[in-house]
Write a protein that binds this ligand. Sequence first.
Ligand code: ZN
Length: 298
Amino acid sequence: MKDYMVKATANDGQIRAVAVVTTELVEEARESHDTFPTASAALGRALTGTLLLGSTLKGADTLTLRILGDGPLGGIITQVGSDSLVRGYVQEPHTHLPATPQGKLDVGGAVGKGFLYLTKELGIGEPYTGSVPLVSGEIAQDITEYLATSEQIPSVCALGVLVDTDNSIKAAGGFLIQVMPGAEEDTIKAIEDQLATVKPISQMVAEGLKPEEVLQEILGKSKIKILDKREVGFKCTCSRERLEKVLISLGREELRAMIEEHGQAELCCHFCNKFYEFSGEDINNLLAEIEKDDNSAD
Ligand code: ZN
């Protein structure tokens, strides 16, 4: 079954809920970046959280999450568009720490202290960035804090990644429950009580629960209205054409120096770790393009 996300409301719109299963896409990210277990969990949680946060994007909107801590993992950068295709990386993919006393992967220790930044580029307006200090570095808690302080929406975010004994991803997923203005106290209380009893999200996914069923566990069967169901995936927006533009933007001098010094250029996309090679001839062609543009501008 492909990974997918479900958007719903509950209790006549008092609650907004999103749940997603991301096992396949987190495994794909792990393979692309060769992450070690603690790093896989951190990147997987961030990718899953980004999908949940980006579930309301439209058109050309993008959302970028940056978790910049002082731990051994370095920064985590993830990005999603309105197509629910997510990409991202961690600065030190070969990070693995001893488990916590509870036997969990120590994501908080790997991230360390620092800040969470969330940037939204909506349509043609200026990008907006909000930030909060990291609460624990465990990512779900940090996102909950961001939504409560920066966007003033009481929310509960849960993210989970279960890494198998062979280091592959066994299960991954998450949910985001948000209380809309005017929600009744009873509704909030009932959800809080229910959340205290549900299993961790990674366990629910490992047991085969689908996103709809995860929401039913939390909100109860009868009160949910499913609004949208869509596939999600790990996919980058990089391309050879896009990187040609990056090279052209460096300018003539820089490109000539590149050919003289290295005879070629190698560019790597951070988000997906894909390598692009440009031969001396390729770069010369780009130079010719620049000259042509310069001449036609005269
Ligand atoms: Zn890429």
